[in-house]
Design a protein around this ligand. Structure first.
Ligand code: ZN
Ligand code: ZN
Length: 986
């Protein structure tokens, strides 16, 4: 595709920045002791950049550029998140294996080596995009979470937390991916909404109560059943109890003609027995009456029987509701959060029926052993149906979590893991949140506070391979655990360090599995062998450690880091509130008892035009490269920074809106610049001569100063939406009002107009530079003088010049433009073309200006000859709006009509000159043909004026013209054409 002219211009600017090392200079030239600290959340190295990354890249470029111009030194270093499931799934694909069993058969060494080799595969594509979008960042010198130095700092961090007694090993019900065979965090699953609505078969199951049990003043017979409901039939073999609500009302119900009695919550009877004729036998049962009643297990599990713990009975629990199901909850202790809590409190047997890949193990009923849970569900239901234990089946749609990496359905599984105790530091987390400036600010006491308040303990372990190894060593005999916080400590405590890492420097040591797994320690308690626990670290521990780990703190760069903590600014999209933002806050609080960052900007998510998630396979969004090539990166940057996505709302990406930014913002910047260019050869003193300024200039400079003031204010408050609005409205006024109304002054080379233009354009370029760095650099190159830095990005942020701020003139100009608008609408109501001069106008506003400059503007703009008293208008038409009243003379005399016709003809000729690409000095021959004598007479009479004003060599009648331009006059039509040859007068 052909590249847009601005896109080409931008590519030239990129070359200029590289050649002149503008980014490096913009950092080096600012004082070391005035840092503005920006932390960059490292992206996964294994994906390709998309709109979300472009958005955050623009944001992460804008503020560093802004604060650089304000005199701060802003170090910007790229980082890569190298570890974790994203790359591990790719490695499995590449090696053609799947699952942990095969990984281990092939060897962890090969697996991790492959991961290391492929993790940085996409860096070129990243660099290309990051560069092209105009982001200034040290890309080559990036830090990587897989560096030994980085990993050692993560160990140090864990050791700090360990020493505070805030890490424990425990068994909890976690979301678990059976394919990746590891727990995944709720934060990861919720982040990009990996919950999907799925339709599944739910079943109502009959649990047969043992006969001759008393409840209330009733007694069970041989055919009484508790009716329970589940959406996950695979959990049924693991059932050990039924839960009811102590205060919930239950009924015993019979279907007419059937002997069986069913017990369920009274509220749900109608729903469950819909369409059936029933008889309610008892309706005065409370859940507490059922407590302790035994039922026959669906499956006799020997391990449960042999556990010695009581099982297969009804218990009361407070999580039971009557929202759906039957008000009787089937409980499989290990496979549900509530279930597990109930299991612990009642000491129910905890017998796992699954292996780590969610296949039934040897404790499970024989027909299920070795089968994957989802594949076995149908058989379980069929088996229960055959045994007449299924009451009914029903399709049920619910929101179900899927693995954020491999898309397998997750299960809830009570597994052993390592946790940071968040509950103990929760108050401090909430307290420190008060120190953070959130943008938008409703997140502070809204979403983020809520995340802090409800935060569970942090599971920092993953049962995987490619990540920092958990530095915990456990005694194989007495269970004592040691946490190692550095390589030096490892060397000191290991019994076989030299065997594994002997003679190697820090850089050469590989702390990854399987090498670290070979290290053994001696137990300080019982002198037995201590071996590393098999788990690796949750990658969020790593990315939250970036403020210090990128510096290899505290082993190196101690002072550097301490001066750079906390950070001034971080920015990411909203899902990071429960991920990176949260984990950074936790690590900052745990290690330094301080916030990790002072200002945080949260963006929304970019969706397709119709509001769907952007999806490569659906192709529901335009390729970012096409957008950049057809509109330029600045258009995209401005569009994003101006949109609701910067207020943490969803943005429906829309090419139409993007085009509008192109037309109404970027084009206007360039139009003003091109206009400036026409007169750029003229030498004149650029310094404003204040005494010479016209009212129009004073107005523009007042508007400019206010724009500088407001933009500064908005950017200081991280509000790009309002900052870009300010700029947009100023550039519009600048171009479509000041410049348009000043054209004649430029033709006369009026000094104050030229000075005002160069001053305002240069200042505008500076305050827009962080947002649209390319366009403004282009402008700067045309406007800078010998004293100026070579790039706008090395210049200092402009100060507000209060002396230009003139409230009155802005107010008057507002009124003026209202009057003009009313005048124009009166014209169009009376079908009076703008080029047709009018006799007179009346308006009821006194501009009190010297030399009637402002009134003059109105007459010029409305093309009216004079302002008169209202009574002097013969054929008036008027309009009132607010306090303003405008009346125009609608009658046209012959003289006015002739003037109007003349304007039409001259404009037609100018249009033709423009189409022929003629410059102002070029002389050309033109021809005409007329419709009638009246037009002919008119042309003859005005020939010399037309010839002069349209810069024509000759203007002659010619009957045969191909595709002439048609011009309508008050007398009839006229046809025009210019010859293709021209001569230059200059
Ligand atoms: Zn998975
Ligand atoms: Zn021991």
């Amino acid at each position: 595709m052909e590249k847009n002219k601005y896109a080409q211009q931008e590519e030239e600017t990129l070359k200029f920045w590289k050649k002149e090392r503008i980014f490096e200079k913009s950092v080096e030239e600012r004082p070391k002791n005035a840092p503005y600290v920006f932390y960059d959340g490292p992206p996964f190295a294994t994906g390709l950049p998309h709109y979300g990354h472009i958005l955050s890249s623009v944001l992460k470029d804008l503020y560093p550029r802004y604060f650089t111009m304000k005199g701060k030194r802003v170090r910007r270093r790229w980082g890569w998140d190298c570890h974790g499931l994203p790359v591990e799934t790719l490695v499995e694909k590449k090696l053609g294996i799947s699952g942990k069993k095969q990984i281990e058969e092939n060897g962890i060494e090969l697996f991790n080596q492959t991961a290391r080799d492929m993790v940085l595969n996409y860096t070129d594509q990243w660099q290309e995009m990051v560069d092209r979008i105009g982001r200034f960042v040290e890309f080559k010198n990036s830090y990587k979470t897989m560096d030994t130095t980085y990993m050692e700092s993560v160990w140090w961090a864990l050791k700090q937390v360990w020493d505070k007694g805030l890490i424990y090993e425990g068994r909890k019900v976690l979301m678990y991916c059976p394919r990746c065979e590891t727990p995944v965090s709720n934060a990861e699953v919720s982040m990009d909404n990996n919950y999907k609505d799925v339709e599944e078969e739910s079943v109502y199951i009959k649990f047969k109560l043992k006969p001759n049990q008393k409840f209330k003043n009733y007694e069970t017979k041989d055919s009484a059943y508790m009716l329970a409901w589940t959406t996950t039939p695979w959990t049924l073999p693991a059932n050990v109890a039924l839960a009811v609500g102590a205060d919930i009302d239950y009924s015993a119900v019979r279907i007419m003609g059937v002997a069986e009695l069913y017990i369920l919550a009274s509220k749900l009877v109608e729903k469950v027995f819909k369409g059936k004729e029933i008889e309610i036998i008892h309706e005065d049962i409370k859940g507490s009456d059922l407590d302790g009643m035994f039922y026959e297990p669906l499956y006799e599990i020997p391990a449960v029987t042999n556990s010695g713990n009581k099982a297969w009975y009804v218990a009361t629990a407070d999580f039971v509701t009557t929202k759906e199901g039957t008000g009787v909850v089937h409980t499989a202790v290990i496979y549900g959060e509530d279930d597990y809590a109930l299991g612990l409190s009642l000491d129910l047997p905890q017998i796992p029926l699954l292996d780590s890949a969610a296949k039934y193990n040897k404790e499970a009923p024989g027909f299920l052993q070795g089968k994957y849970i989802k594949d076995a569900e149908e058989e379980i239901v069929l088996d229960l149906e055959n045994r007449k234990l299924i009451f009914k089946k029903e399709k049920f749609t619910h929101s179900y979590p899927f693995c954020w990496r491999c898309d397998s359905p997750l299960i809830y599984n009570a597994i052993s893991a390592w946790f940071i105790d968040i509950q103990k530091i929760k108050d401090r987390l909430i307290e420190l949140n008060e120190k953070i400036n959130w943008y938008p600010d409703n997140l502070k006491h809204g979403r983020f506070l809520n995340i802090l308040q409800t935060a569970p303990d942090w599971n920092i372990s993953r049962n995987r391979y490619w990540a920092t190894a958990l530095p915990f060593f456990k005694c194989i005999k007495c269970g004592q655990v040691e946490c190692v916080g550095s390589i030096a400590e490892l060397k000191e405590k290991a019994t076989n360090y030299d065997e594994v890492y002997g003679g190697k420097t820090t850089d050469q040591i590989d702390l990854h599995r399987p090498y670290i797994d070979k290290i053994k320690l001696k137990c300080p308690e019982c002198s037995s062998i201590m071996a590393r626990v098999p788990e690796v670290v949750d990658c969020w521990v790593e990315s939250a450690s970036m403020p210090f780990a990128e510096f290899h703190y505290p082993f190196e760069n101690k002072e550097t880091f301490e001066k750079r903590f906390p950070g001034h600014f971080i920015g990411e999209y909203i899902a990071q509130t429960r991920a990176w933002f949260y984990y950074m806050h936790v690590i900052g609080t745990l290690l330094f008892d301080d916030v990790a960052y002072l200002n945080v900007v949260t963006t929304g998510t970019i969706l397709s035009e119709s509001g769907e998630k952007l999806s490569k396979s659906k192709q529901n969004y335009p390729d970012p490269w096409n957008i950049i090539n057809s509109f330029g990166a600045d258009t995209l940057r401005f569009y994003l920074m101006n949109s609701v996505v910067m207020q943490a709302d969803n943005l429906f990406f829309n090419e139409k809106d993007l085009r509008e930014i192109y037309n109404k913002v970027i084009n206007l910047f360039n139009n003003i610049t091109n206009f400036y260019d026409i007169y750029s050869d003229i030498k004149y003193d650029r310094k404003l001569n204040l005494s010479q300024l016209s009212s129009l200039d004073k107005w523009l400079l007042s508007r400019l100063s206010n724009t500088v003031k407001n933009t500064t204010n908005f950017l200081d408050n991280y509000d790009t939406v309002r900052a870009t609005r300010e700029i947009r409205s100023f550039v519009e006024d600048f171009s479509t009002w000041w410049l348009r109304r000043s054209r004649d002054r430029f033709q006369n080379q009026e000094l104050s107009a030229m000075q005002t233009l160069s001053f305002a354009l240069k200042t505008l370029a500076q305050i827009s530079a962080p947002i649209i760095p390319f366009t403004t650099e282009y402008i700067w190159q045309k406007l800078k003088d010998e004293k100026d830095p070579i790039s706008v990005h090395l210049s200092d942020w402009p100060k507000v010049d209060e002396k230009f701020i003139d409230v009155e003139i802005e107010e008057r100009m507002d009124k003026l433009r209202q009057i003009v608008e009313m005048g124009h609408s009166l014209r169009s109501k009376n079908s009076l073309r703008v080029r047709q001069p009018l006799k007179s106008v009346y308006f009821n506003y006194d501009f009190k200006d010297e030399g009637n400059q402002l009134e003059g503007l109105i007459l010029d703009e409305l093309n009216v000859e004079e302002k008169v008293g209202e009574k002097n208008i013969k054929k008036p038409d008027g309009l009132e709006g607010g306090e303003l009243k405008v009346v125009i003379e609608t009658e046209l005399d012959a003289d006015l009509l002739e003037k109007g016709d003349l304007r039409e003809v001259i404009r037609g000729l100018q249009l033709l000159r423009k189409q022929a690409l003629l410059k102002p000095g070029d002389m050309v021959t033109a021809f005409y043909r007329v419709e009638n004598d009246a037009v002919d007479k008119f042309v003859e009479k005005n020939k010399s004026v037309i010839t002069k004003e349209a810069a024509l060599e000759t203007f002659n009648l010619k009957e045969d013209m191909e595709e002439p331009l048609e011009v309508k006059t008050s007398r009839g039509k006229l046809y025009l054409k210019v010859s293709e040859n021209s001569t230059n007068k200059n």
